[in-house]
Write a protein that binds this ligand. Structure first.
Ligand code: PGA
Length: 249
């Protein structure tokens, strides 16, 4: 399985920041794992142009479930693909919170994006209140049940799950390695029940305050096959060491 280092620029970045992409590619011409950046939609095609012919892939941060039509402000999976995307992040907790996205809509978007030929990164994760109440695995189980297609219609590398505890995103706090292992083991077992042996080929990413200093330890946890990185993906000097740590893990 090829491990995946994915960066999520969120609502950050303008044209001048594409120099970070050039620096990242120059520093990691053959990284030894998959390397992906998901910029805001405004930068997607220009980032894809910078990345052309390199080992960097680019992706979107959301898409609509429909192909086209009267949906002001939205972007379809086909449009992401047309702009040069190979991947899309769906169901990020910030979309679930800011835009009221439900598991049902994440599933519809996932099916649409896979039909368009994109690799989908589906995000799940518990809030701090849910963890404190001892509900983490129940929440993760519900989100997997509701957000994922009922059958695996693509090759296993076309579907990626990112476990991102909401309370660890952008806070500098992370679960213990044991907690990460518990949730990733649970996700793998749940996917195996659902999809059978093919689930062993699905990449499971950890996300939430991943940085150079904690990356190697997190990547050593069983069933962690990569990372979804927010803040530390904006600068090549921060993201590069995370990519390297994954490549040697
Ligand atoms: P962070 O964000 O790395 O800034 O915590 C992770 C994410 O939201 O994907």
């Amino acid at each position: 399985m090829r491990k995946l280092a994915a960066g999520n620029w969120k609502m950050n970045g303008s044209v001048e920041d594409l120099d970070e992409v050039t620096a990242l590619i120059a520093a990691h011409p053959a990284p030894g794992c998959e390397m992906l950046l998901c910029p805001p939609a405004t930068l997607l095609s220009r980032m894809a142009e910078r990345a052309a012919g390199s080992s960097l892939m680019v992706g979107g941060q959301d898409c609509h479930a429909k192909t086209s039509g009267a949906h002001t402000g939205d972007v379809s999976a086909q449009m992401l693909k047309d702009a040069g995307a190979t991947h899309v992040i769906l169901g990020h907790s910030e979309r679930r919170a800011d835009h009221g996205e439900s598991d049902i809509s994440v599933r519809a978007k996932t099916i649409a994006a896979q039909a368009a030929g994109l690799t989908v990164i589906v995000c799940i994760g518990e809030t701090e209140a849910q963890r404190n109440a001892g509900d983490t695995l129940a929440v993760i189980g519900r989100q997997l049940e509701g957000s994922l297609p009922t059958s695996l219609t693509t090759a296993p590398d076309g579907l990626v799950i990112a476990y991102e505890p909401v309370w660890a995103i952008g806070t500098g706090r992370t679960p213990t390695l044991q907690e990460v292992g518990e949730v990733h083991g649970f996700i793998r077992a749940t996917l195996t029940k659902r999809y059978g042996e093919a689930a062993n080929g699905l990449r499971l990413l950890y996300g939430g305050s991943v940085k150079a200093s904690n990356a190697a330890a997190i990547f050593a946890v069983p069933h962690v096959n990569g990372a979804l990185v927010g803040g530390a993906s904006l600068k090549a000097a921060d993201f590069g060491p995370i990519v390297l740590a994954l490549a040697v893990s």
